[in-house]
Design a protein around this ligand. Structure first.
Ligand SMILES: N[C@@H](CCC(=O)N[C@@H](CS)C(=O)NCC(=O)O)C(=O)O
Length: 241
């Protein structure tokens, strides 16, 4: 069986889990502790980022895009990449944008929200942190840091992302999938990064629905988050592991 090494709330790890479910592959999860747990990741894969997967044959693969291509070839169930060259290219372009530009802006937006919202900050801490320490983090005076976070999250990047997501939201009113007529890596990559703006059900009851207020409260994005929720529901309930 495949073993997935992950950080619980990483969008790249969610992307990998969604792809594993789409391909109906059995897997087990190893939660990695940020910092100390990454020594193991380095030992296994020669680099320190998650996700990585270890397959039955002890093959170790890192990087969500490489993992998705690898698992896609394992069976013929729900191909994640279209055969048609133009559709394939569009899927790869969207995946690449989601994993880079979108991911960077979403990550900054989440950091900003966590600075402004102590409950969110605490909920994001790894589970093995004891509750005594959690309550300290909750009370850290991070108000002044929110000024810095405005600098970190450039308003141009933020506006560009909102504009693009609003267009995607509108385009998904009358269609189920971003590219072609079936689920592809494009849908999975976008849906996974959206988790940093508004946590999905799979993030657990404390985080579900939390996130960046300017995205959550944007009425033009409502449809996009509904689409994401439906996609998660379909993937995780059809093949719950
Ligand atoms: N391009 C990589 C990005 C993976 C990535 O950024 N992983 C983050 C977690 S979301 C990580 O491991 N960060 C820890 C570190 O960089 O030390 C992928 O698609 O898998």
């Amino acid at each position: 069986m495949i073993t997935l090494y992950q950080f619980k709330h990483s969008a790249f790890c969610l992307k990998t889990r969604m792809a594993l479910h789409a391909k109906k592959l059995q897997y087990r999860v190893e939660e990695v502790t940020p910092g100390i747990g990454q020594f193991e990741i380095f030992k296994l894969s020669g680099q320190k980022q998650v996700p990585i997967i270890v397959d039955d044959n002890d093959q170790v693969i890192n990087d969500s895009s490489v993992i998705c291509e690898y698992i896609d070839k394992k069976n013929d169930v729900n191909p994640l990449f279209p055969d048609d060259p133009m559709l394939f290219a569009k899927c790869k372009l969207i995946e690449n944008w989601a994993d880079t530009t979108m991911a960077a802006t979403c990550r900054k937006s989440l950091i900003k929200s966590a600075i402004e919202n102590p409950q969110l900050r605490t909920a994001l801490l790894p589970e093995e942190i004891p509750s005594s320490l959690r309550s300290i983090v909750d009370k850290l005076p991070l108000k002044n840091l929110s000024k810095i976070s405005k600098v970190v999250l450039s308003s141009k990047d933020n506006l560009e992302l909102q504009k693009l997501l609003e267009a995607l939201s509108k385009s998904l009113i009358n269609r189920k999938y971003l590219i072609g007529d079936s689920l592809s890596i494009a849908d999975i990559s976008i849906a996974a990064q959206l988790s940093l703006l508004k946590f999905p059900k799979s993030s657990g009851p404390i985080l579900s629905g939390e996130g960046s207020l300017e995205y959550i409260n944007n009425p033009y994005l409502e449809n996009l988050f509904i689409w994401r929720n439906n996609l998660e529901e379909y993937l995780f309930s059809a093949n719950s592991q």
